[in-house]
Design a binder for this molecule. Structure first.
Ligand SMILES: Nc1ncnc2c1ncn2[C@@H]1O[C@H](COP(=O)(O)OP(=O)(O)OP(=O)(O)O)[C@@H](O)[C@H]1O
Length: 291
């Protein structure tokens, strides 16, 4: 089996606006090693979400993959994701790769019980499943995220706390047994204790079920604690990639060192905390529209 579950080659993604084209991802090669938790870091606007969305053919309008290939090596086959048609991508999402978005707990339907939402999603993608199959699987995944399934199954979203809803979303992402989960700021808006609890659950799922995870976050401390590999994005380019230890301890790129220095430490002296106030994003990425 290929050691990489995802191989992205020469990826260029542009947003075609009325007056200009913005190159959000600029000729990036990026691999995700099977079984790892791989983090993508970089400040807001550096292109992390856009790059990750290419794995699900989910680039938002008016964006387009202008160049490059995205291949997933699943347990059974290799899939060129960028070449999948409408039906191909519909079968692929959730069952091969699923995603937990920023504050995705807010995407739960407020007028449906949690179980009805799991059931609807499951039969949309795998119509052959019976209600009892889905119920069995739902209980299994709710147990993985340490939720009391008897209470949660028939609850409406407003009856659950923010942390519980986010764990429901993680359970959701496990429902169709994907091989990769993309987590985009999965604990934003949650308190630090809940954040840590959720990351412990994610690490256990990664270890016990062997599910690979791609994590996008601004939280360098979480990356240091939980990720095996890190990619650093700056201005649409992947400027650094390696094991977490190598990237943090032997950073090659000045931007990575700045990113680490800009992270406040609980034990360090506040005087040593560096803040860089120059504009990080190079607006030369905005190409004037050519007629
Ligand atoms: N739908 C869109 N239309 C136009 N431009 C977009 C769109 N989505 C993203 N962009 C632009 O693409 C660039 C990369 O954005 P992206 O969201 O991928 O960055 P990011 O690193 O994930 O940021 P964040 O950490 O804030 O989520 C930014 O300049 C952003 O403004």
């Amino acid at each position: 089996m290929n050691e990489n579950i995802i191989e992205m080659r020469n990826i260029t993604i542009e947003y075609f606006m009325k007056k200009y084209t913005l190159c959000a991802v600029d000729n990036v090669d990026f691999d995700i090693k099977r079984g790892t938790i791989t983090a993508l870091v970089g400040e807001s606007g550096s292109g992390k979400t856009t790059l990750a969305n290419a794995i699900l053919q989910n680039i938002s309008s008016p964006g387009k993959l202008s160049n490059g290939s995205v291949t997933m090596h699943t347990k059974d086959e290799s899939i060129r994701i960028d070449e999948l048609d409408y039906h191909g991508i519909k079968d692929f999402r959730w069952s091969k790769v699923s995603m937990v978005f920023q504050a995705s707990q807010n995407t739960l339907n407020p007028v449906m019980t949690i179980f009805d939402q799991f059931y609807e999603t499951a039969i949309e993608h795998q119509p052959h499943l019976s209600k009892s199959d889905v119920e069995k699987r739902t209980i299994e995944v709710l147990k993985y995220v340490k939720l009391d399934y008897e209470r949660v199954l028939n609850s409406y979203p407003h009856e659950l706390s923010g942390g519980m809803k986010q764990r429901v979303m993680i359970a959701f992402s496990l429902l169709l047994e994907p091989e990769l989960i993309i987590l985009d700021e999965p604990t934003t808006a949650l308190d630090v204790i809940t954040q840590d609890y959720i990351f412990k659950i994610l690490r256990r799922i990664n270890k016990e079920l062997g599910i690979t995870m791609l994590l996008m976050t601004h939280d360098i401390a979480i990356v240091a604690k939980y990720a095996n590999y890190v990619g650093v994005m700056y201005n649409g380019k992947l400027v650094e990639y390696g094991t977490t230890f190598d990237v943090f301890k032997k950073s090659q790129h000045a931007y990575t060192r700045r990113l680490i220095e800009s992270t406040p430490s609980l034990i360090g002296d506040v005087k040593d905390f560096k803040i860089y106030d120059e504009l990080p994003i190079d607006l030369s990425r905005l190409k004037p529209k050519t007629k």
